[in-house]
Write a protein that binds this ligand. Sequence first.
Ligand SMILES: Cc1cc2nc3c(=O)[nH]c(=O)nc-3n(C[C@H](O)[C@H](O)[C@H](O)COP(=O)(O)OP(=O)(O)OC[C@H]3O[C@@H](n4cnc5c(N)ncnc54)[C@H](O)[C@@H]3O)c2cc1C
Length: 236
Amino acid sequence: MNKQREEFQAKIISITKHAHHFIRVECEPLTKKIEKEFIGGYIKFLNKESDDIVARTLSIADINSSGHFLIDIVDHKNNGPAQTFFQKSIINQEFTYYGPGEKAHVHTDKIQYFFIGDYTAFPAIYAQIKRLENKKINLLLIGEENSIEYFKGIENLNIKVVKDIGDDHLQDMAKEFNIVQDFIWAAGERTFVNKVRSFLKKNYELTQLSKYLSSYWQNGLNQESHSKLKKEDQRV
Ligand SMILES: Cc1cc2nc3c(=O)[nH]c(=O)nc-3n(C[C@H](O)[C@H](O)[C@H](O)COP(=O)(O)OP(=O)(O)OC[C@H]3O[C@@H](n4cnc5c(N)ncnc54)[C@H](O)[C@@H]3O)c2cc1C
């Protein structure tokens, strides 16, 4: 059953292609302002067309000087309510959302950061690394070679792009990772996040780790089915 939450309205100001794999949607919040502190946080887009409320989480990639928030939707070609809505959306169209929710907490006092993510996590990763100036940042991106484009303009990143994540990538990372001084962040498709989860569990004292792991979606499952599994994973 859905919790009772306050709903807000936003209006679509522009829709552009962004960094090969995304559509960037600029949205004007109509009912309440969204403060800059929510960059890297999220909204829950509500599909009002079905009888049950269907909610889809999307990161707030940025907030521009007009106070409009930007969301970057992965052009994933599967028919989900969020994908369908934003692919067909037009300028001045309005939509309903819950939120905003806060970004994941990442300690800014660490020396080195390891971010692992697929396209769905790029907006959140981008927002996090913008806060981490003068830190050593390693990105392991799961996607096509050109995914690097999303992070254009941010300097001094150590970026590796892979099609799929294997134990060898995690072992390479582990060689440089220090559980006291460093932070690891992984989000995206559930099976890959769980690979990272098991690897860390096997190799480190979890309680000492500085980490954020979150499954954002699962291949072949809609968000309702994925959310049930996600809750189970977090209990482990
Ligand atoms: C905290 C958080 C932040 C997120 N931020 C973003 C964001 O900024 N941008 C973004 O695009 N997504 C983001 N996501 C992921 C997004 O919520 C899911 O991808 C969601 O399932 C999309 O909803 P849908 O209605 O399009 O598809 P659903 O109805 O959920 O699924 C329909 C079908 O599409 C497939 N599918 C769903 N997502 C993808 C995908 N990315 N690639 C390939 N197939 C897919 C499903 O496996 C299913 O088969 C975020 C998720 C979380 C939890």
